[in-house]
Design a protein around this ligand. Structure first.
Ligand code: DX5
Ligand code: ZN
Length: 215
């Protein structure tokens, strides 16, 4: 069964506690999008919001760094209680030391790529990462349209993970909804991030259940 990670970027920040409760009660992970206005042309939120969510979170937090110099902030995310921490391959010269730093801080390392980066670029990191994040929209904004090419990218990555006999999960992020969740799970996705499809629904828990293929 796939895990569902609602992206808190689409939450109601004036009623954040209510949305945190909702996610606690129906989902598997909190997905926290951190944007710096440099790696991506948008700024999201920072530690005060992450810490506020952490104070109420009953399920693990998965932070997605869309920032330059991710290595500068690894320890602070660990201290904030983040369990899974991903950063972008495109944002660093050499991902290996950052992956090690994340592990040394007791978190599960993830490596992310935008839709224009060949999926093969992730292959060298299959054994060292706990998960690999395939963006199904260009990082930077919630509410964008899902890129259909994602299915074949997920399939290729899954085949390579199986070939390695590795214990590495595939996370898909961007434009995910009950319309494409089953096909993504079929292609090999293990974790689905969903922002607008969950938070814009009048029944978010039902959307989460539908995506998780719950009976
Ligand atoms: C985009 C973020 C996503 C985004 C998902 O840069 O990484 O996590 O918030 O939102 P939706 O599901 O609305 O595309
Ligand atoms: Zn994200």
């Amino acid at each position: 069964m796939v895990q569902i990670a609602p992206s808190m970027l689409s939450a109601d920040f004036l009623n954040l506690g209510k949305d945190v409760d909702m996610v606690n009660s129906c989902a598997d992970l909190f997905h926290l999008d951190i944007m710096d206005g440099t790696f991506v042309p948008n700024i999201s939120y920072g530690f005060p919001v992450v810490e506020a969510i952490a104070s109420m979170a009953k399920i693990p937090m998965d932070a997605h760094l869309m920032i330059v110099h991710p290595e500068k902030y690894v320890k602070r995310f660990a201290d904030a209680g983040v369990r899974m921490l991903s950063f972008h391959l495109e944002a660093v010269e050499n991902p290996a030391p950052v992956i090690d730093m994340i592990k040394d801080c007791g978190m599960v390392p993830g490596l992310a790529i935008n839709p224009d980066i060949p999926v093969e670029k992730l292959y060298p990191y299959i054994s060292s990462c706990g998960y690999l994040l395939i963006m199904s929209v260009f990082a930077g904004f919630g509410g964008q349209k899902f890129i259909e090419d994602t299915y074949s990218r997920v399939k290729s990555l899954k085949a390579e993970i199986v070939r390695h006999g590795a214990d590495c999960l595939i996370e898909v992020d961007g434009g995910v909804s009950p319309k494409n969740s089953a096909a993504l799970a079929e292609a090999g996705a293990d974790i689905l991030v969903a922002g607008s499809s969950v938070f814009r629904s009048s029944d978010p828990a039902a959307v989460v259940s539908a995506m998780r293929l719950l009976r």
